[in-house]
Design a protein. Structure first.
Lengths: 367, 367
């Protein structure tokens, strides 16, 4: 038997973090559980869906040692509804977990913990530190380009490239590609793919850590992101990411500089018609004017005019406006650069005069 | 041909109001349309799904008369994405509706307006004025009890009872019933049922009118709610509402007074277990203590204790906690009265010392 006395706010915080990993549908009951691990180093809460694992240290008073598993969703809901202004006392036996908090008493069933999956790294071969907010921003800038189809395993995630003093994240769904990079002190050179699901988990960890530093660790099979009290482990996907460097365009014939927000607004309007037609818009740059237009056989047509600065040749091309809007939302500069080769080659978009982010999108054939 | 020059903010407001009525799936294309009616009295925007109709006056400059119909969803989306800081000019011909706004140009297809349904009342037999905020609050207090199944036509709505200086709204799904009433200057006595869909529309109209007065009109077949510039018409449902007065309990054997919020919180916690078991909780009042408990064969059990003031006999009964929580959310007093007869009779809940709202819920048999 074991006893834990804990502040409710601390319990809610840690249970919330680990519960996010508990899958809503489980193959084995133990995977739907949160594990209490009472050790000499402290009390840890653990959850794992085999791909992602989280281990959070619970700051509490306790007596007794052992591992106890309880249904993760039920425990989360119980903890979330309990009053936060009092403490809770937990009593765990091999048969039940009792919670007393104010005038509430819960007695929850427990599950045999012996099958609970391992949540820890082997010896780490690569490690570095990164600001949580920076990592969050990098992930956000590329993750929307990843393929959402789980069967496209090599694109259903984000590729990490580390080395030469850079961390580079790349995602693509075959129609478009986003790349974000930052200078970082990194030893060695490695590249690996993390699934979209794992990336979402890491993004939420990074977001919850605000301005703090994260320690990154890699043991060849798994990646660990360690914050104070909370450790998140994700398994790498063992498939090859395509050679993205071959997609990046080299030389351009037309360069446009456009006001980012005005371009986004104009694209949103063309979308109203485009999504009821061929999902494409025509993009035409002549002199210093960019003309966007679209047509739907049933609903009508739209034309937008935007003043731009142009270098190089006139250009006519067609794109899915959704792909342009989604990228522009991640460009934080007032102006954006659109770099064209010709109407059949990929368009590269990037913030004006800022390094570290670029976006490539394939055109649609003009009919 | 007709021309309209209008401020974008005014256009957005009025298109938003009428678009809400445009059904997402339509049997005939004309029902998916917004109608422009340019008359000597002004320009009106109209929409109807045959059950609910809305007519909004557009404050604008215009020339030309006639009726023109355009796809409601497309028009709404176009208007919502246009810049709001400039005016728009519309040009309507029997073939198209052109919109120019800043550097945006749309040319939308139009639909033959001849089949557009009638949106106006016959001569009104009953009419009164009511504060929009009061009507909104009354609807909110009962609408959650209406049956959501469209095939239960006589319960899938809210019953209006007018007369004897009262407006009374009643809704029930057969398991519970809510009744809200207010004193109002009303001539005559009538009762009619409005569908849940119509009620939601009226609730949103009342909400959007804030503190203003609404004029209510009734012509025997339809109800009109008239606000400045906007008139909403709903058709009554021609079926009989059950005799709800027979359900209202008369004399009670037990009266509890409980703190509303503490009771809600305790119910939310019992729900965590109850929804994983028989969806019922046991309610037991002895001395001045109310004990709530529930049990799930797979997940465990919960007990809650609440201090209450009790008059009359001890009581044990069982309820669906969801039905109790939903009613308590609409009780605004710090304390709530629970009036019991016995474990098989309906429980009446009402705010302490406040008239005009009561809620009746059937117990579950204790097994």
């Amino acid at each position: 038997m074991a006893r834990i006395a804990v502040d409710m706010q601390e319990l809610i915080t840690k249970v919330t973090v680990v519960s996010k990993v508990v899958p809503s549908k489980v193959i084995k009951p133990i995977l739907g559980c949160v594990l209490f691990d009472l050790t000499e180093d402290g009390v840890f809460l653990l959850a794992s869906d085999l791909e992602t694992g989280v281990k959070a240290k619970l700051n509490c008073e306790y007596e007794g040692f052992g591992r106890f598993a309880v249904d993760g969703k039920v425990f989360y809901e119980v903890v979330k509804t309990l009053p936060t202004d009092v403490g809770a006392s937990l009593e765990i036996t091999p048969a039940s977990l009792s919670i007393e908090c104010g005038k509430s008493k819960f007695k929850l069933s427990v599950v045999d913990p012996s099958d609970f999956p391992e949540v820890s790294l082997s010896e780490s071969s690569v490690s570095f530190e990164i600001d949580a907010s920076l990592l969050h921003k990098m992930i956000e800038k590329v993750i929307f380009c990843a393929a959402t189809d789980e069967f496209m395993r090599n694109l259903n995630g984000v590729y990490w490239e580390l080395g030469n003093g850079f961390l580079r994240l790349v995602a693509s769904d075959g129609f478009r590609l986003a790349l974000a990079e930052e200078r970082l002190e990194i030893q060695g050179e490695i590249g690996f793919l993390l699934s979209l699901k794992s990336m979402k988990e890491l993004m939420s960890v990074a977001e919850s850590c605000g301005d703090r530093k994260l320690r990154f660790e890699y043991d060849g099979k798994r990646v660990g992101i360690v914050a104070t009290d909370v450790e998140t482990l994700v398994r790498i996907v063992e498939v090859e990411f395509p050679d993205y460097k071959r997609v990046l365009p080299k030389a351009f014939k037309t360069k446009l500089v456009a006001p980012t927000n005005i371009l986004v607004e104009a694209l949103r309007r063309t979308m109203v018609i485009a999504k009821r037609g061929s999902e494409s818009i025509r993009v035409e740059a002549m002199e210093n004017v960019l003309i966007l237009s679209s047509r739907s056989p049933d609903f009508g047509e739209v034309t937008e005019e935007i003043e731009v600065r142009k270098e190089g040749e006139d250009i006519i091309a067609a794109f899915n406006p959704k792909f342009l809007i989604e990228a522009l939302r991640h460009i934080e500069t007032d102006e954006v650069e659109l770099n064209f080769i010709d109407s059949t080659s990929p368009l590269q978009m990037n913030p004006l005069d800022v390094e570290g982010y670029l976006y490539v999108v394939m055109p649609i054939r003009i009919v």
